[in-house]
Write a protein that binds this ligand. Sequence first.
Ligand code: SF4
Length: 207
Amino acid sequence: MAHKKFAVSPGFEEGGSLFKPEQLAMLGSIVGEDAKIELTTFKQLYIEMDESRMEDAQAQLRLVGLDIQPAGFFTKNLIACNFCRGAADAGLDLAKQLDQAIAGKEVPSPLKIGYAGCALGTSEPLLKDISVVKMNKVYDVYVGGEAKGIKARLGELFVSGISEDQVIPLVTRLITVFQERGKKKEKFSKFVERVSKGELYKLTGHE
Ligand code: SF4
C-alpha cells in the first residue's frame, strides 16, 4: 500500500493557530490506523497515509475548515503570531490574505514565511526565510533568516515602512524570483547571499 504525505493547517486567528475539537476528531477518524501524523516546527501537521484514500480524506478535512497543502519543497502556510494586540492592530486580515497568496507554491527548497503583528515578534520572524513585521501602520520585510544548523542566522531588513497594499505583491515577487533563479535544494538564505540584496531590489522593483 503506497503512502503519501500532505500538510494540514488550522490557519490562525486571535489567540494563535488553534485546532477545533471536531477538526482533530475528524483527523483521527479518517486517516486510517496506519497513518503517521507529524507535528512540524512550522505550524503544519504532516499526514502520511494510504494514497488511495487521500483525496477523500482531504475533502473531509476541508469540510471541517482545515487547509490542505502539499508537503516538501513548497512554501508553507504563513507562520503567524498570536495577534495579541487584537485583529485590527496586529493586521490579522492582511496576514490571512498573505497566507492564501503564498502557501503551496513549488520552490527550489522549502520556504518558511513569517508574520508578526508588532516589533515584539513573538513568532520569531527573523528566523524565517522571509518575514513581515507590522510596525504600527506600516510594514517591514526581512529576508534570509535561517533557524537550522550551527550557522543559523537572522534575517536582514529588506524594505522598511511599506504600506499594507505593498506587502503581498512584494512577498509573492520574492517567491517568484526564488522559483525562477534559485538552484535545486538551495536554501533561501544562501540564495539571498548568492544573488545579493542589491540584485533582489532590482528584481522585485524596490530599488
Ligand atoms: S508579535 Fe506582537 S501582536 Fe503578535 S502575538 Fe507577539 S506581541 Fe502580540
